[in-house]
Write a protein that binds this ligand. Structure first.
Ligand SMILES: NC(=O)C1=CN([C@@H]2O[C@H](COP(=O)(O)OP(=O)(O)OC[C@H]3O[C@@H](n4cnc5c(N)ncnc54)[C@H](O)[C@@H]3O)[C@@H](O)[C@H]2O)C=CC1
Ligand SMILES: O=C(O)C(=O)COP(=O)(O)O
Length: 414
């Protein structure tokens, strides 16, 4: 067994928001058994308190990792978002603190696309209200406001992993697909791109949003855009609550300009199941409200548990940052011998030279060196053979100006 700079059993891991058992099992299989699990997100103060002494943190979409939270978490070395979105983390601050953030960019995409496809049919048939009436003992046998989806235009905003899958499924059911994306995208099947969001809105019978939360997408669907939508069309949002002006949508639904909506994500979401959900969309007709469960299927959660746990393990075991969303990506072969050092620093000239001097001045043989930088930070891994006083070297490389973090990852000398 390699000697680790810090024994694995001491690496403290906090998993919030009901992360799947697979993550815990994978971590345990790799020797990381010091895991605390909580079923919900925590508010800022509770999070700060829970993060004391925590080295790796797993969250989903609810936990807000603000600058304050990150700066207080002085032991934190890696974050796993067991979901796609990483907008809940202050990524630039995490980067500057030398904390890589990982996510699962694919595992729940099919689940979202399937849910949206089902909702399109439910909305265009008014199933939600009809079912409620029957549950209440009523009967409303009517074709009013009830349509086939065949031949209707589905407008997809954001033609990424989810948008493209939805596009294929919708075409298979006879819909005509238009999409709008800020990047040039290959149109799949018979889908056609629109040059502007407005063009898409005026053409579509159903609009479905699949963009990330960014400064550009915040409130991208407001009163003007809702007005631009066809009268009697439908809106679906399983992306992020910040994208729609929710009060404007409530008005558009009440006036029946928009005939129905399926909304999975909200500007304000309860932290846990026991908290009340408050929204102007509650109790409006033909509005399907779901509690942010687009990616909540057994399959997706199980896969995400494996995927993100693997990324955290690879970082902690080897120093690999492949798949990090805020960090230079370094792919590291496992080495059976030597000592491995990690050094994360501000990307300013001269640091690599100073690092190399620490080793060369001791006549040490550098077996391998892996470096990646982004405009802000550099991440370098050194494998060193021979007689090494690792703690002395660590002290020297930590003392270099611009160092954000440094540690000995393992010692595999015989
Ligand atoms: N409801 C839920 O449970 C889930 C929600 N999501 C949300 O769905 C979002 C999309 O997921 P993916 O398709 O996997 O992401 P993706 O990154 O594969 O695709 C997003 C697409 O949006 C485009 N885009 C970005 N800004 C845009 C803008 N201003 N206008 C038009 N297009 C723009 C991008 O170029 C990209 O093609 C995630 O960021 C996440 O917030 C993801 C999974 C589950
Ligand atoms: O993957 C995402 O971005 C999602 O929105 C899903 O979030 P969740 O893991 O269900 O909190």
């Amino acid at each position: 067994m390699p000697k680790l700079s810090f024994p694995k059993e001491k690496i403290s891991i906090l998993l919030l928001e009901g992360i799947h058992d697979n993550a815990v099992a994978d971590l345990a299989d790799h020797g990381y058994a010091n895991v605390t699990r909580l079923p919900k997100a925590l508010d800022e103060q509770d999070l700060i308190e829970q993060l004391a002494g925590v080295h790796m943190l797993g969250i989903r979409s609810r936990s807000q990792l603000t600058e304050k939270v990150l700066r207080e978490a002085d032991k934190l070395m890696a974050i796993g978002c067991f979901c796609i979105g990483t907008n809940q983390v202050n990524l630039p601050v995490a980067r500057r603190l030398g904390i890589p953030v990982f996510n699962a960019p694919h595992s729940n995409t099919r689940s979202v696309a399937e849910l949206v496809m089902g909702e399109i049919i439910m909305l265009m048939r008014g199933i939600w209200d009809k079912s409620r009436i029957v549950h209440e003992g009523g009967w409303m046998k009517s074709a009013k406001d009830s349509y086939e989806i065949r031949g209707k235009v589905l407008g997809i905003v954001g033609y990424g992993h989810i948008g493209t899958q939805l596009s294929i499924i919708a075409e298979a059911l006879g819909m005509r697909v238009r999409f709008f994306d800020v990047q040039k995208k290959l149109a799949l099947g018979n889908a056609q791109s629109c040059r502007t969001l407005d063009e898409l809105l005026t053409l579509s019978d159903v609009v479905s949003l699949h963009v990330p939360d960014t400064a550009q997408t915040r409130n991208m669907i407001g009163p003007e855009q809702l007005k631009a939508m066809k009268k009697g069309s439908y809106l679906i949002n399983a992306a992020r609550g910040s994208i729609i002006d929710i009060d404007a949508l409530a008005d558009a639904l009440k006036s029946r300009h928009v005939l129905g909506a399926a909304i999975d994500v909200f500007p304000e979401e309860p932290a846990g199941d026991a908290d009340e959900f408050v929204s102007p969309l509650r109790n409006l007709p033909n509005v399907i409200l779901t509690p942010h469960i687009g990616g909540s299927t057994i399959e997706a959660q199980a896969n995400i548990g494996n995927e993100v746990a693997r990324k955290l393990i690879e970082y902690s075991d080897n120093g690999s940052t492949m798949g990090a969303v805020n960090f230079p990506e370094v792919q590291l072969p496992v080495r059976e011998s030597g000592v491995r050092f990690l050094h994360i620093h501000a990307n300013v000239p001269g640091i690599l030279r100073k690092l190399n001097e620490v080793f060369s001045s001791r006549g040490l043989n550098m077996a391998a060196q892996y470096l990646q930088t982004d405009p802000e930070i550099g991440y370098v891994v050194f494998d060193v053979d021979g007689e090494v006083d690792d703690q002395e070297i660590l002290a020297d490389i930590r003392a270099i100006d611009g160092t954000l973090r440094a540690r000995v990852l393992y010692d595999r000398r015989a």
